[in-house]
Design a protein around this ligand. Structure first.
Ligand code: ZN
Length: 133
């Protein structure tokens, strides 16, 4: 089963937590044990798993990505959004989580974040749940 979840991002760069939406998909899927794949079908957005307890962590990640990938540089890509493409490549566009006893397995401090690098836009991510045999 493949689920598409629509989201809206609110700024050029943001890490929007999507843990609850992923949990909802897992719950609706009714799978007790298995694998949950998350895939972002965009070239200027990605997905990461990191701390959701202290919002300063997400701010630091965004700030450091800006240091590593300057907004203005001699980029070749004429659309002008090369930094977004590069940041999306660094974060990656997919992740895999475990489902145990019907619940998403995450560490206490972990959350799943949609990583927007060229917003604000209407976006989506895909979730595929694969039950254990
Ligand atoms: Zn582009």
């Amino acid at each position: 089963m493949l689920h598409k979840v629509d989201i809206k991002t609110g700024s050029r760069v943001e890490l929007q937590e999507i843990t609850s939406q992923v949990r909802d998909v897992v719950k609706a899927g009714g799978v007790r044990n298995g694998i949950c794949h998350i895939f972002v079908p965009h070239t200027t957005a990605g997905v990461i798993i990191n701390e959701h307890a202290d919002p300063a962590v997400v701010e630091d990640i965004i700030a450091q990505l800006d240091v590593m990938v300057p907004q203005h540089r001699n980029y070749s890509h004429m659309e002008g959004n090369s930094p977004a493409h590069i940041k999306a490549s660094l974060t990656g566009g997919s992740c895999t989580l475990f489902i145990e006893d019907g619940r998403l397995v995450l560490g206490t401090w972990q959350g799943v974040f949609f990583a927007e690098f060229d917003g604000p836009r209407d976006r989506n991510f895909l979730v595929k749940i694969v039950p254990d045999r």
